[in-house]
Design a protein around this ligand. Structure first.
Ligand code: AMP
Ligand code: FES
Ligand code: ZN
Ligand code: ZN
Length: 324
């Protein structure tokens, strides 16, 4: 197969766009498209101070690479979750994130959950008794909290994550099958900072397929962690990704259309529900916005840990440790 823009051999065929590209043109096309999405969804501009959440995976490292190539000011944030899983998962993710930052002279902020708060994510899952022994729910809660706080404390104007179209479509499918109205209202490429203390969140890769992100990382020679989080095995998200890929196989573009039609329906007012964040107030302990009465759920979770382990409280913990 030949490249649409020149006659070189194509390295990727994107059936949903009826577009095949050679290496050189694919490496041009990815940042061009990203820039289009950034403008279309009014994500940020060159005056913004961006914090990119990097996990050491292909999506977030490629996002950092693309933003850098587009000339944006983007620092990284790596959150050390303390997940071992027989493969040294978190250590390896941190090493690869630091390696990328060093290679490109970028600033990486690192927050290790264990040294900052007093327990690893898997320990926290057991002690707090949330998520039925699986760490994913406390992990999600902790990542959202720490990302938000690091963006706020570091005076970043926007927080960017590496969610790709496969991630977004899988979550959309799950939320649609559950008719989870409040989640559907909030699922978008941009989540405005609706309250002081909440960071503005953006997903610049939300229209790229996972295979495009993998191709980009490989062609750019980005070293990333191939393994999924060991706790993600058998998750519903992975199941929905497989289902969507089966649909895509028969009908190229099905995944993209599912997501884009949802965004369009929303724009046309299909979900007139108001986002349920009207009653947020500052947490009594740490001051971050919360809908829970009194303390936020993050602080309450750590109170429980402190009872068991005598760990420090989040409000006292020294946060973001800056490394360059
Ligand atoms: P996931 O929830 O693992 O699919 O990751 C979605 C996005 O969250 C990634 O693309 C990153 O931007 C961010 N992220 C996930 N894990 C971490 C981490 N340990 N540290 C910083 N950002 C992360
Ligand atoms: Fe959080 Fe797997 S449990 S990344
Ligand atoms: Zn070409
Ligand atoms: Zn709190």
């Amino acid at each position: 197969m030949k490249c649409r823009k020149c006659s070189e051999t194509a390295i990727i065929n994107m059936r949903q766009h009826k577009l095949a590209l050679c290496q050189e043109h694919f490496l041009e096309w990815m940042p061009e498209q990203t820039q289009r999405f950034i403008e279309k969804y009014k994500m940020f501009d060159h005056a913004d101070k961006i914090l990119v959440a990097v996990s050491g995976g292909k999506d977030s490292l490629s996002l950092w690479d693309i933003l850098r190539r587009l000339g944006y000011q983007a620092d990284g944030l790596y959150i050390g979750l303390g997940i071992e899983g027989g493969i040294g998962y978190s250590d390896e993710s941190r090493r690869l994130s630091e390696h990328f930052a060093a290679e490109h002279g970028l600033k990486l902020n690192v927050v290790e959950v264990e040294s900052t708060y007093g327990a690893t994510i898997p320990e926290l899952a057991v002690i707090s008794n949330r998520g039925h022994g699986k760490p994913c729910s406390v992990c999600g809660l902790s990542k959202r909290y720490i990302m938000n706080r690091a963006a706020h404390d570091g005076d970043y104007t926007v927080l960017a994550t590496g969610h790709n179209l496969d991630d977004e479509a899988a979550v959309l499918m799950q939320n649609t099958l559950n008719w989870a109205g409040s989640y559907l209202v909030r699922q978008a490429p941009v989540l405005e900072a609706s309250r002081p203390g909440l960071a503005r969140k953006v997903k610049p890769l939300c229209r790229f397929y996972e295979r495009e992100m993998a191709a980009y990382a490989i062609v750019r020679g980005i070293e990333y962690i191939y393994d999924e989080c060991p706790h993600a095995v058998g998750s519903t998200t992975i199941y929905y990704k497989e289902v969507l890929n089966q649909m895509e196989e028969k009908r190229p573009g099905a995944k993209l259309q599912f997501y884009l039609s949802f965004l369009q329906a929303k724009e046309q007012g299909l979900f007139a529900l108001k986002a349920a964040d009207a009653e947020l107030h500052p947490c009594e302990k740490c001051g971050q916005p919360t809908s829970a009465p009194g303390e936020c759920s993050f602080c309450r979770m750590w109170d429980k840990v402190r009872e068991v382990k005598g760990a420090r409280l989040p409000a006292e913990a020294g946060l973001v440790q800056i490394e360059s």
